[in-house]
Design a protein around this ligand. Structure first.
Ligand SMILES: Cc1cc2nc3c(=O)[nH]c(=O)nc-3n(C[C@H](O)[C@H](O)[C@H](O)COP(=O)(O)O)c2cc1C
Length: 204
């Protein structure tokens, strides 16, 4: 049976990470059930272009409407391996933290938690106030993985695309559905610092 993953796109900055995740899952032969929030339609347009949401929907195997709360992915009986929310806004994070399943994206995330499946949240905001941090704590206590898309500067990325690609790969790896897709850290390839730097810090 084909492996299926839900990708939820909410209205935080970083819509391009969702695009890369969907592309990579396709290359891995993983079927994608996609759901895009209304705010994400806007960030996709703002951060990429006006047709970006439509192109993303076309890349998915199934694109669900955000208000279709009776869709397959709203049920725990639908065979899903896990879900990535990328990027995850503070609104969506808070809704998941309190099971406020008022749209399909939040409902699908709630389903992953109740079915004890992987739920990876690429939460994006800065700086963070106590309410954000409490919501992160709550979803972590419920079993989700909070994974802000923070650049891995130690890999010396040479472009935004490289940063986006690495964040997307790390998120997919957190699903633990197959072999690792983010290359392992290799100090000799990614750094001129072999073991201990001049300041005495390790290279990682
Ligand atoms: C260009 C743009 C960038 C935004 N960036 C963020 C962000 O990084 N984090 C965040 O929590 N909200 C951000 N927002 C605000 C959310 O889109 C807003 O809170 C929205 O209600 C979230 O709805 P959703 O969770 O249903 O997608 C941004 C909005 C816009 C228009």
């Amino acid at each position: 049976m084909t492996l299926r993953v839900v990708v939820g796109v909410s209205g935080a900055s970083g819509a391009v990470i969702a695009v890369r995740i969907v592309e990579l899952l396709a290359t891995l032969g993983v079927a994608v059930d996609l759901v895009i929030s209304s705010a994400a339609e806007r960030t996709l347009a703002q951060e990429i272009d006006a047709a970006a949401a439509d192109r993303l929907r076309a890349r998915a195997d199934i694109a669900h409407a955000i208000d279709d709360i009776g869709a397959t992915i709203a049920s725990g009986s639908y065979p899903i391996a896990g879900m990535i929310v990328a990027p995850c806004s503070m609104r969506t994070l808070a809704a998941i933290a309190h099971s406020l399943s008022d749209n399909l994206l939040v409902r699908a995330a709630d389903v992953q938690l109740k079915e004890r499946r992987p739920l990876i949240l690429l939460a994006r905001e800065t700086p963070l106030h106590l309410g954000h941090l409490r919501a992160m704590t709550a979803v972590t206590e419920m079993g989700a993985i909070v994974m802000p898309p923070v650049p891995a500067f130690y890999r010396r990325p040479s472009s935004v695309d490289e940063i986006v690609d690495h964040s997307a790969r790390r998120a997919i790896d957190q699903l633990r559905i197959g072999p690792q897709v983010a290359g392992p850290w290799n100090p000799s390839r990614h750094s001129s610092v072999s073991s201990v730097s001049e300041s005495g810090d390790s290279g990682q």
